[in-house]
Ligand binder design. Structure first.
Ligand SMILES: [Zn+2]
Length: 283
């Protein structure tokens, strides 16, 4: 079993990405504690030198195919190069050619999940790179993902959680939601004024994702009216990101639909989420 912790949070401008998941028990916990300022509006990234990409795709034709198809369909470059612009608090290891098989499997997941966004939506969010690494870390802590709207890049760790397919797919959408709020509102911990009013009277969020480390909070179990898991109760931005991920991950969407059939609060949040994402054309 992999280490079960990877979290996302922004601290003094640094974004961490946190999530725990116990695969067999359908346990998951992501943490995004966004402290301090958000991010700058996304701008088209600068072009990169042609020679800095380690030879991974060359050793696996599936990777080369996925790269080509994603660039053509989505306008997104899959990269694992050493010179991708990234915040100084982020660290990673580029995959070796010997790990091309694992990268190919992960790249296939990325292609499938990104295929759930229209080309126009991806263009609107200025997402032009998905950087695939291992040992992704923020301020020394392991992370499954790190969204960086400033560089138009979503950083992903292809090894963390690789024993749990749904988890890795969930992370992509969860983190991309934070990324999109950075693009739309210059604040990855954006709080929607109407959202809090959808919760039951008296409900108050916790202390943010970074403080929500108990594995039990990661279970997709609809622990109370309006929430898909305990982690969502930690902060409004995590509540929104968790619903967004469940909405888009096959198998989790069925859970969500079932809960919404009996939970009008969750249904209202789902509909509000679509409104929030509408400016980017995300459906
Ligand atoms: Zn998060």
């Amino acid at each position: 079993m992999q280490a079960k912790v990877n979290r996302c949070s922004i601290k003094n401008g640094a974004l961490e990405s946190s999530r725990e998941r116990f695969c067999k028990l359908q346990v998951l916990a992501l943490g995004l504690a966004l402290v301090g300022s958000g991010c700058q509006s996304a701008v088209p990234p600068a072009s990169l030198a042609p020679s800095a990409q380690p030879a991974v795709a060359e050793t696996n034709p599936d990777i080369a195919r996925t790269q080509s198809e994603m660039l053509s369909k989505d306008g997104i470059s899959l990269v694992w190069r050493t010179d991708v612009p990234h915040p100084g608090y982020c660290a990673y290891t580029v995959p070796s050619s010997g790990d091309a098989g694992a990268v190919a499997v992960f790249a296939g997941k990325v292609e499938e999940e990104m295929g759930k966004y229209s080309r126009s939506a991806l263009t609107a969010m200025h997402l032009t790179r998905i950087a695939i690494y291992e040992n992704l870390a923020v301020q020394g802590q392991p992370r499954a993902a790190m969204p960086d709207p400033d560089s138009g890049t979503l950083f992903l760790d292809y090894k963390l959680g690789d024993d749990d397919d749904a988890y890795q797919r969930h992370v992509i959408h969860h983190e991309l939601f934070h990324y999109m709020m950075g693009v739309l509102h210059n604040d990855m911990q954006f709080h929607d004024s109407a959202w809090a009013g959808l919760n039951l009277p008296g409900f108050q969020y916790g202390n943010g994702g970074v403080n929500q480390r108990e594995s039990s909070s990661a279970v997709l179990d609809h622990p109370m009216t309006g929430f898909v898991d305990g982690y969502a109760e930690s902060a409004q931005e995590e509540d929104m990101a968790e619903i967004e991920a469940c909405r888009l991950v096959r198998s989790e969407d069925k859970l969500l639909e079932g809960w919404m059939a009996k939970d009008s609060v969750l249904r209202s949040k789902y509909l509000r989420l679509l409104e929030i994402l509408k400016p980017l054309g995300v459906q």
